[in-house]
Write a protein that binds this ligand. Structure first.
Ligand code: ZN
Length: 656
């Protein structure tokens, strides 16, 4: 309609005119525009606005991606040029896609090569079709064109993408059609899973015109949702639909993963580090019967019944299953990763409610493999800078939020930064009345002592200022000891984000060399700018000295990662406790029995003792000899079922 065009041109003004070979010509009108509402853990936080113009055979997508998360602004500007059939010609993205994820990508297709400038280096990458240019989940409009490319090119199984060290394989799977009703309007949608743009699968919906309707992905380790403005009322429906798909994916992985053993069997000949603090037991035997430890002891004193199959594990070391006490399991791919790393229980510290309850239940019912999930439900204080969508600003809201989590089987509440002091007390009182415990950040305006005094049983992260050994810190530690406060100091997370940019992550975290390309890209840019390695180390060591002082005073330290490098960060957290001065046994206990005790589950878990759940790890080497041997996981036993670590890593595109 010509009238509309005229209005558009007038509205956009002179910037539409450019000099071209001496003559002024009008740039093409946008052929398509869209606005997506962005959400972090379902909270609306910003927008992506995109526009596509056509000039002859060339399409140019420009996107402005912009959100504010807990007061921090994140912006990304991207331009993607393609042929009419969506074959990329060039891609440029600069800014951030998440608080700590810097993006600086510039890709130009040159014949059958891509010239890739990313993170300060330039390389020529040979490419063969099908290929695409995409760098992480943002902008979503680029993923929309990726899907159109996939459709136009015969729906290939695999698309090579750059930048991606040097290429990254993306897999598109159609997952069905559906119609949603918004008011009286019915919108027909096609649903896809995209694997490999980020680590793990995203859910993406296109409408009948191929325009992006919604996408559910993961940013900074938490769920990130984009929904077209007019479809906003369907947000939770999209989350629920994606959850069903992802659980089906995990059930698929579970079916394809062969159990090495289950039921009743005896493992013989290993060194057993039972986690009680007793010295290692050489040539030991563990008998597992229907998910529980039926017997454990030196071979000389254990009688193995004749009908019990024996598995010789001479030369190996068996330890209790590990715990990660600070995670956000926002993707099903975490489940095999955790088991592969020897982690059999995790405490989830904030997630999409619909997703975490469904995943927890699928694992508990054994439909899906994975660590047992103990869930802490997140409550923040509300307002524009709040986190998540569960808030409490009044005592009644506090009671209602605690009740919602309690009724859904959460064992704990996680208080977030903006809860006010009287509401912290109200949440703790209500949680304790219902038999729950409370963890969380130290709320803004409170000290760690005030948070503990208000009833918080645990504190997430190491919120103690000052130097270990100072009067002030000694006083704080004595106070926490008196209040039986549990600390998860997340030192591996501090190290991952706080290392000097010039220090490669692999220097302290060899696990980074085994992760899928999208994770490598995320973490290759993490780190603190403007400090040298010595300064970074000094900061880390200050924290480690406090960890040691807390431990020496008898304050329980539990191993938590806040995710980090999936699976591998649990090992790093344990290594750092040894660097802090804990013995390897004490460090191991922080990730086993001390964690189990903190969650009041030590009657069932945390050590290798008769009657407890058979959650065990078979290591190739003994971590008491050298703590980094904790990385040598051969098999993980989850509720008596024996998994091969290598198979689990590979099931989600990690190298073993
Ligand atoms: Zn966290």
């Amino acid at each position: 309609m010509p009238t509309v065009r005229i209005i558009l041109v007038a509205a956009l003004g002179a910037s539409l005119f450019t000099a071209d070979g001496g003559s002024i010509r009008l740039q093409p009108d946008p052929v398509e525009r869209g606005t997506l509402r962005l959400h972090y853990v379902q909270k609306p936080i910003g927008y992506e606005k995109y526009e596509i113009v056509r000039d002859g055979d060339v399409l140019t997508l420009t996107s402005d991606f912009d959100f504010t998360d807990r007061g921090g602004r994140v912006q990304l500007a991207a331009t993607l040029r393609t042929k009419a059939d969506y074959t990329p010609l060039s891609f440029k993205a600069t800014g951030k896609s998440y608080r700590f994820v810097n993006v600086d990508s510039d890709v130009r297709i040159d014949g059958s090569d891509a010239i890739v400038k990313a993170d300060g280096t330039e390389s020529r990458v040979p490419l063969s079709a099908p290929f695409y240019t995409v760098d992480g989940y943002a902008p979503f409009a680029a993923q929309m064109l990726l899907l159109r490319y996939w459709k136009q090119h015969g729906q290939p199984h695999l698309i090579r993408t750059v930048p991606g060290l040097p290429v990254n394989d993306v897999i598109v799977e159609p997952r069905g059609r559906e119609a949603i009703k918004i008011g009286s309007t019915v919108v027909r949608l096609e649903r896809y899973a995209i694997d490999g743009v980020v680590w793990g699968r995203e859910a993406v919906w296109l409408d009948e015109h191929g325009a992006l309707a919604a996408a559910i992905t993961r940013a900074g380790g938490l769920s990130f949702e984009a929904v077209r403005e007019d479809l906003e009322p369907a947000l939770v429906g999209f989350v629920q639909r994606a959850t069903l798909d992802r659980l089906a994916d995990l059930e698929g992985i579970t079916r394809r993963t062969r159990l090495l053993k289950s039921g009743t069997y005896a493992m013989t000949g290993a060194t057993i580090v039972d986690g009680t603090g007793r010295p290692a037991m050489p040539d030991g035997v563990v008998i597992v019967r229907d998910g529980r430890i039926a017997e454990v002891g030196p071979r000389a004193s254990v009688t193995i019944p004749a009908d019990v199959p024996q598995v010789a594990v001479d030369g190996k070391t068996i330890i209790p299953g590990l715990w990660d006490m600070h995670t956000h399991v926002t993707q099903v791919e975490w489940a095999p990763v955790y088991l592969a790393a020897g982690v059999t229980t995790v405490r989830d510290m904030g997630n999409e409610f619909e997703f975490i309850t469904a995943l927890r239940d699928a694992i508990a019912s054994k439909k899906a493999l994975g660590p047992r999930i103990v869930a802490a439900g997140l409550i923040d204080g509300g307002g524009p800078n709040a986190f998540g969508v569960y808030y409490a600003a009044t005592v009644d809201e506090a009671k209602a939020a605690v009740a919602k989590y309690h009724d859904a089987g959460f064992q704990q509440i996680k208080i977030y930064s903006l809860v006010t002091p009287p509401i912290v007390e109200a949440i703790c009182a209500e949680a304790h009345r219902l038999g729950m415990t409370v963890t969380g950040h130290i709320p803004a305006g409170m000290t760690i002592e005030q948070a503990a005094a208000a009833g918080m049983d645990h504190i997430a992260h190491l919120g103690i200022r000052g130097e270990a050994g100072s009067d002030e810190v000694n006083k704080t530690i004595a106070f926490l000891k008196d209040h039986k406060t549990v600390i998860d100091p997340t030192q591996s997370w501090n190290e991952l984000l706080g290392h000097a940019v010039g220090t490669p992550v692999a220097a302290f975290q060899p696990g980074i060399l085994k992760v899928p390309a999208p994770l490598t890209r995320v973490f290759s840019n993490a780190g603190a700018a403007g400090i040298d390695a010595a300064t970074a180390r000094t900061r880390l060591e200050r924290g480690l000295r406090i960890v040691k002082a807390l431990h020496d005073a008898g304050v329980p330290i539990v191993a938590g990662t806040d995710e980090g490098v999936p699976g591998h960060s649990v090992h790093r957290e344990i290594e750092l406790y040894v660097e802090a001065g804990l013995t390897p046994m004490e460090a191991l206990q922080a990730a086993t029995i001390v964690s189990a005790r903190a969650m009041k589950m030590d009657g069932e878990l945390g050590t290798i003792e008769r009657g407890k759940r058979a959650d065990l790890v078979v290591l190739n080497a003994n971590p008491l000899d050298k703590i980094s041997n904790i990385r040598s996981v051969r098999w993980t036993i989850s509720d008596g079922r024996v998994y091969d670590a290598k198979t689990l890593w590979q099931s989600v595109r990690f190298q073993p």
